[in-house]
Design a protein around this ligand. Structure first.
Ligand code: S3P
Length: 435
């Protein structure tokens, strides 16, 4: 296991880039594997989650060629190119991997068992299994969690389905199944969630339309080969955006970050707190908006987070809570019960971690109250959650005595090299191996 010591630093500054977007990397692999023709992916995230998805597709017969750091070619041979795997598929720590692969396997009418690590085995899977069964799929869970079993059956039929919670993973699982189903798959959501699947399907020629919280896809359809450039992951940039707002008087820039409007709720929240944030060099890569994000140390004031912002910032709450813990006043987050179903229960994990370093916080069933003040520092548990670990590393940088964070190995699921990237802009994280 590894432990980090994030030491207090007076100032951070400079420019850096972050690894490729995890959500886009997963989708590039899966859609590439069923496309008619090869797809070259540039900027692919070589993190453990996406590597697990790659291995799962290879176990189903996909040919994926490494072309160098962050560059690979997926040799799609259409849906016929994939077969049932001989062994259970292990998706590691990845909710996106297991949920999207369940949709893909069901649509392809294959047989498989899907499982993962202890954290993944405690996460809810009926949210994908149930609508897939309504499409005609034979999907079973184990008390609602992995292992998930998919059995082949007749071709699926498109359905109209209203998601009980805004979830890009559930929506994407249904779209992947809908690709091979007869008729239209129509998905309604109670709020807007990330739309990378819709954008990529459109770019690969699928008959899809999407606006706000409504998606329509006509199946069955084929995808053509088209090269994909993966932008830097906004969720990884988030740690430096907050570090810069707290400690970069001369500014800090994160280059080449995906700024899809369905992902950047954190920017809206930090701007509402008084954060000095600028997007420069706006451009596009494979249908996704990309920019350099420049931030400068700002006096942050508490806000009430609107519940409709929550899905647009769902992965950024751990580091947002850190910003709230040093802002003036009491920040309130409501409507964020979903945070309890991530790689850890992020409301409980962050409330305990912030209390352990001297913050005044109150966990609520669907959110948190955070009173800003000085962070003393101390020792915290990451619960094996990559984003809790990285958020608390930012807390350490602005604390009085520094923060020690246990069990940081899973940072490699989304951000290999986080400690080195952090050092390049002045954060100080000592990495210690523990027994
Ligand atoms: C993701 C969707 C979100 C997010 C996760 C990645 C995706 O999960 O938390 O890290 O790639 O579709 P939900 O769909 O469960 O909200």
């Amino acid at each position: 296991m590894t432990r980090w010591h994030s030491r207090p630093v007076g100032e951070v500054a400079g420019r850096l880039s972050v690894p490729g977007d995890k959500s886009v990397s997963h989708r590039a692999l899966m859609l590439g594997a069923v496309a008619d023709g090869p797809i070259t992916v540039d900027g692919f995230l070589e993190g453990a989650d996406c590597v697990a998805t790659r291995r799962a597709l290879e176990a189903m017969g996909a040919t994926i060629e490494s072309l160098g750091a962050g560059r690979l070619r997926v040799h799609g041979r259409g849906p016929e190119g994939l077969r049932s795997p001989d062994e259970p598929l292990d998706l590691g720590n990845s909710g996106t991997g297991i949920r999207l692969m369940t949709g893909l396997l069901t649509g392809l009418m294959l047989d498989a068992t899907l499982t993962g690590d202890a954290s993944l085995q405690s996460r809810p899977m009926e949210r994908v299994a149930e609508p897939l069964r309504l499409m005609g799929g034979r999907v079973t869970t184990t008390n609602g969690c992995p292992p998930i079993t998919v059995e082949h059956g007749p071709r699926l039929r498109g359905i109209e389905y209203s998601l009980p919670v805004a979830s890009a993973q559930v929506k994407s699982a249904l779209l992947l199944a809908g690709l091979f189903a007869d008729g239209e798959t129509v998905i309604r959501q109670p709020g807007i969630s990330r739309d990378h699947t819709e954008r990529m399907l459109g770019a690969l020629g699928a008959p899809i339309s999407f606006e706000d919280a409504l998606v329509r896809l006509h199946g069955p359809c084929r995808l053509h080969g088209e090269d994909i450039v993966v932008p830097g992951d906004f969720s990884s940039a988030a740690f430096f955006i907050v570090a810069g707002l707290l400690a970069a008087p001369s500014g800090l820039t994160v280059e080449g970050v995906g700024v899809n409007p369905t992902r950047v709720g954190l920017l809206r929240m930090l701007e509402a707190m008084g954060g000095d944030i600028e997007l420069v060099k706006l451009r596009h890569a494979s249908g996704e908006p990309v920019a350099d994000i420049r931030v400068r140390k700002s006096h942050l004031r508490a806000i009430d987070v609107e519940p409709q912002w929550v899905p647009l910032a769902i992965d950024e709450f751990p580091v947002f809570f850190v910003a709230a813990a040093v802002a003036d006043g009491v920040t309130r987050v409501r409507g964020a019960e979903e945070l309890r179903h991530k790689e850890s229960d992020r409301i409980d994990a962050m409330a305990r971690a912030l209390k352990a370093v001297g913050a005044e916080v109150e966990a609520r069933p669907d959110g948190m109250l955070v009173r800003g003040g000085e962070l003393r520092g101390g020792r915290v548990e990451s619960r094996g959650d990559h984003r809790v670990a990285m958020a608390m590393a930012v807390a350490g940088a602005v604390s009085r005595d520094g923060v020690s964070i246990e069990d940081t190995g899973n940072v490699a699921t989304s951000f290999p090299g986080f400690a080195e990237s952090s050092a390049s802009v002045g954060l100080a994280i000592d990495v210690e191996q523990t027994p």
